[in-house]
Design a protein around this ligand. Sequence first.
Ligand code: NAD
Ligand code: USQ
Length: 408
Amino acid sequence: MIFKNKDINPYKKIVILGGDGFCGWPTSLHLSNLGHEVVIIDNLSRRNIDNELEAESLTPIQPIGTRLNVWEEITGKQIGFYNIDIANDYDALLNVLSNEKPDAVIHFAEQRSAPYSMKSPKHKRYTVNNNLNATHNLLCAIVDSGLDIHLVHLGTMGVYGYGTAGMKIPEGYLNVKVETEAGESMDQQILYPTNPGSVYHMTKSQDQLLFQYYNKNDNVRITDLHQGIVWGTNTEETKRDERLINRFDYDGDYGTVLNRFLMQAAVGHPITVHGTGGQTRAFIHIQDTVRCIQLAIENPPAREERVMIFNQMTETHRVNDLATLISKITGGEIAYVSNPRKEAIENELNVENNLFLSKGLEPITLNEGLLQEVTKIAEKYAYRADYSKIPAKSTWTKEQQPGVPGLG
Ligand code: NAD
Ligand code: USQ
């Protein structure tokens, strides 16, 4: 298809950093399916971390080459792939941007596990080096390329610190009143103050400053998506062939709470609630993740606009309520274990998410998808589970004990 006027071409060239990962792979397929030209950059570090931890996705994910060949086989659409470490190979990243000339770059390529980031000094330093250099190299390369690229970044709700101070957490910016030297009251809008709960979440807080600076200095167009905990496995596209299946992490480092609980119930392992389970968190289904990213790509900020921040979540739940719900559905037993993390025993969480709803997002709620997820994925692949990988052993401080039963 040839469009004479670039402005009326609805299809974009999109480079997806971290496109082999849990969120990146279904996003790559979704955008390719819509007709966009997709190119993935990934250094496969997540697969190497699986080797390091001797843990595997519950679902049998295929090598990236097979994934891409199968997608082309069943749709006729090609997705490009470059194996580049964007934190350490700036020239290669710049070359891809300069040659591919994307309209947008989606940035998933960071070490995303909080427990992994707290395992040891080596893991803390790796997470900081990888995440901050990845984000900074990307911003620098966008400016260096001279191209007007829209950067969409996957940030986290965790930058807010899960506190509400009696209000709904706004989308990224907070209205404050400051008193001037003359004693007058002045309205200002500032980045919502960060309060990270792990070294990983701290890197996401730092990312925000990098975005603010490059947006101010170089007018880089940026959308930062503050995403909640993603649950579920497959999307419309990954369901199209067994070999396109998405990853399902359940181990103590990478498994996120709801998917862990679903898997634990399916294999007959007690549901591991940390502490009392009074922690409230924000959630979103993987199918809504890919839809939100599509909406972000379709609604770029203007060149002079400040960083656009969306809260990418659809509902909030208390950890103990999730465990109780899954226990009711499956008959699974709940085990209250000592919390390996340093976090508030309980918290309230109210979050604004009007921006995505106003752009047409129709959220999938927990109740609809939950049972299907348990039966179709967790039970189907239960035979692949390694029970020894389930306990969360990474502690936030040296004094803490890893999740010991009965110490809630
Ligand atoms: P993931 O680990 O499955 O995927 C990240 C991908 O990036 C991996 O394929 C990895 O190999 C790649 N990568 C990492 N560092 C790289 C580097 N230096 N160079 C090139 N590739 C690199 O993680 P995910 O769950 O898909 O998360 C993606 C993003 O979304 C992360 O930035 C994370 O902070 C954010 N996020 C995830 C969740 C969630 O629940 N999974 C929730 C909120 C936000
Ligand atoms: N938890 C349990 N039992 C478990 C596992 C976790 O009670 O077996 C608790 C944790 O203590 C924590 C909560 O569940 O209070 C959430 O833990 P999680 O591992 O599901 O989520 P988190 O560490 O915050 O990280 C995940 C992703 C991260 C993303 C973040 C979004 O790994 O990439 O940024 O969710 S958010 O939480 O909104 O910041």
